[in-house]
Ligand binder design. Structure first.
Ligand SMILES: O=C(O)CCC(=O)C(=O)O
Ligand SMILES: [Fe+2]
Length: 333
């Protein structure tokens, strides 16, 4: 079935989010890779979200960075504010409670974050570092926690490697050659954000929740969520919020606006939000995989037809993200 036809009969009133097993992602057998791609295609067209199991990122790296993140957020506010993202180049570093606002109708996101990107890392085997990340390194690290940076970067590169394996599968899912996205993504700086959500057992103001309803801006996001705490919710086409509970050993993958633009809306960049209604802090760590800043977000072959005219103005990925970033961190209170 053609992509446009599959999109025309999409069922987006999902009640659950599919779980996809990635154990065969690097199979030498093209028919096995294609079968996996078709599962992913269906999730991307109908839901825009899926879980991945057997993703290959070692649990120890995740646990180490989660522990270091907990130490970081436990530092006194003055220490964290030394690397406030409003004062650092590129907005890397710490974002304080309510300093960001993902929902223009919201009163600020009830969370703290630490954001960083790739940088050369001496004690790692350099071959583990994707070449495209070598020149970036404009991060702001907490000087109080010398082991934080190593844990952050080790986990970062493991998840970036998973992201790099996913682009060829997304290409297959769109009936394209597996290397289709290579030139458009080989110089992109993936961004990782470690987040702490304070408990909000009682939401007293619906406009102030962990992260207000939004779509992600990049191609796709790979999200680790703290086990045992339901917080993330995804909006279906019937405007129902569907829970995306943490499933141990999996990541949540969701498509962002760059993929929606490339596919003229055939791949869904689905609205989501998070509210920590538990009585303890909740942690999560998204990695945002984007396109090169100069990559044009123009429709890929097979995504535009007389019945499905172009929905978006063509701009570059960099222009798109810059506007979104400025909107999210402008003074909103
Ligand atoms: O914390 C979560 O579960 C979701 C975070 C998220 O949607 C984001 O940072 O874009
Ligand atoms: Fe998000």
């Amino acid at each position: 079935m053609s992509l446009i036809h599959s999109a025309a009969i999409a069922q987006s009133s999902f009640q659950t989010i599919p779980i996809i097993n990635l154990s065969q992602i690097s199979s030498n057998d093209p028919s096995i890779r294609r079968a996996l791609a078709m599962e992913i295609r269906s999730a991307c067209i109908n839901v825009g979200f899926f879980y991945v199991a057997n993703h290959g990122v070692p649990e120890t790296l995740t646990e180490e960075f989660v522990s270091r993140s907990k130490e970081f957020f436990a530092l006194p506010l003055e220490s964290k504010l030394k690397i406030d993202n409003k004062t650092t180049p590129n907005m890397m570093g710490y974002s304080a409670l309510l300093s960001g606002n993902n929902d223009p109708k919201g009163g600020g996101d009830f969370q703290e974050g630490f954001e960083f990107t790739g940088e050369p890392f001496d004690s790692l085997d350099q071959t583990e570092i994707p070449e495209s990340s070598h020149s970036i390194g404009r991060n702001a690290w907490p000087s109080e926690l010398p082991r934080f940076r190593e844990a952050a970067l080790r986990y970062y590169y493991a998840v970036v490697n998973l992201g790099k394996l996913l682009f060829p599968i997304f290409a297959l899912a769109l009936d394209l050659k597996e290397d289709y996205f290579e030139q458009k993504t080989n110089n992109a700086a993936a961004l990782m954000r470690s987040i702490r959500y304070p408990p909000q057992e009682e939401v007293t103001d619906e406009h102030i929740i962990g992260i207000g309803s939004h779509t992600d801006w990049e191609c796709f996001t790979i999200l680790w969520q703290e086990p045992g705490i339901q917080a993330l919710q995804v909006l279906n086409s019937d405007k129902e919020w569907i829970d995306a509970p943490p499933i141990p050993g999996t990541f949540v993958i969701n498509l962002g606006d760059q993929f929606a633009r490339w596919t003229n809306g055939i791949f869904k960049s689905t609205v989501h939000r998070a509210i920590n209604r538990s009585n303890v802090y909740r942690y999560s760590i998204p990695l945002f995989m984007g396109a090169n800043w100069d990559a044009k977000l123009e429709p890929i072959p097979g995504c535009v037809s007389p019945d499905r005219p172009l929905q978006y103005e063509v701009i570059t990925a960099g222009e798109y993200v810059k506007v979104k970033l400025a909107d999210t961190y402008k003074q909103h209170r």
